[in-house]
Ligand binder design. Structure first.
Ligand SMILES: [Zn+2]
Length: 331
């Protein structure tokens, strides 16, 4: 059975908690916060495994005991994970009410009870209020592990009752080594890390989604429309296999890069650093004021799609490409 372990750049936070645990000072509520894609959820899992293991080795779960077996089978009675339900962007008050029953019972295996709640910034006002009561009246041997990329969006009353642990991005060297160990090739690794703002798990996700291939198709389409080699309708057809939100987000990255290329000479500021030369040329031909307006409209499309708006895909793609072409028209 394979247990989770803290990632190399999380060792300090892990050691800090281990010391508190050994001194019987483990906080009853933790908030793991920081940049997306650095492995906070994995850390929470490793901690839950360790707390629910009856014979941890060097602070890590043994993988052999009853607690470890039950947890890995997803049937541990003293563990619960609360997250957003499918297609929902909030943790609902009913989910927190169900948690009350869990908190009210004593631990079945005579050890800890562990609750992972993520993303904690998805609690709405009523669910946060319901949770507050549980946090205010801590039960013995019960640990709440809240996880959030955006802790500022959690109501202050919840935050103030949690011991906050920050998780930064690792150094480039550490991230590179870890990604290489996961099988990411050297050809794509540096660019994936740049696109992920150095967050290794995000870079790995981009690798697994073959994001660079997708980027190539989308940006090739943009270049063809820009140069008048292809009609927006034709390119829209070729992009319809992708989710509209995905295309909009790739466009946002590209347009922001073209604007940066027009204003700043430093290639390190670009997300598509490997395409810096092409970006510079594009920037020379574009109308900057139109690019700004276009970037605004992309943001509006993104918001609409995120809030569940379901437009006709082909029409949306076509209109995005027509607007892109207009950024290069001088009349
Ligand atoms: Zn164990």
């Amino acid at each position: 059975m394979s247990q989770c372990a803290p990632l190399p750049w999380q060792v300090d936070n892990w050691q800090r908690l281990l010391n508190q645990y050994q001194q019987n000072h483990l906080p009853h509520a933790l908030l793991l916060s920081g940049h997306a894609g650095t492995g906070k959820r994995l850390f929470a899992q490793a901690l839950a495994e360790s707390l629910l293991c009856s014979q941890p080795v060097d602070g890590k779960a043994c993988g052999q005991c009853k607690g470890c077996h039950l947890l890995s089978a997803g049937t541990h009675p003293d563990f619960i994970e609360i997250s957003t339900e499918e297609k929902s962007r909030v943790i609902k008050v009913d989910q927190i009410r169900a948690l009350k029953t869990f908190c009210g019972k004593t631990a079945q295996l005579n050890g800890y009870k562990v609750i992972i709640l993520q993303p904690a910034d998805c609690l709405n006002i009523s669910s946060a209020n319901a949770l507050l009561k549980d946090l205010e009246e801590p039960q013995p041997n019960t640990v709440f592990i809240l996880v959030s990329d955006q802790p500022a969006q959690i109501v202050a009353t919840i935050r103030s009752r949690c011991h906050q642990l920050d998780f930064g991005v690792p150094s480039v060297g550490q991230a590179t080594q870890w990604l290489a160990e996961q099988g990411v090739s050297n050809d794509t690794l540096p660019q994936l890390l740049v696109m992920a703002d150095n967050a290794p798990l995000l870079a790995l996700q981009l690798h697994e989604e073959q994001a660079l291939e997708k980027r190539k198709t989308i940006y090739r389409g943009l270049a063809e429309v820009q140069q008048g080699k292809s009609h927006p309708a034709g390119v829209a057809q070729s992009l319809q296999e992708y989710e509209p939100l995905d295309v909009v987000q790739w466009l946002q990255v590209w347009v922001a890069d073209v604007i940066k290329a027009a204003q700043v000479a430093d290639e390190k500021q670009l997300k598509n650093q490997d395409l810096a030369g092409f970006l510079m040329k594009t920037a020379e031909q574009a109308q900057l004021n139109r690019l700004y307006l276009y970037l605004d409209s992309l943001q509006q499309h993104r918001q609409a799609l995120l809030s569940g708006h379901n437009p006709n895909k082909i029409l949306l793609l076509e209109s995005l490409l027509i607007s892109w072409a207009q950024c290069f028209e001088y009349h």
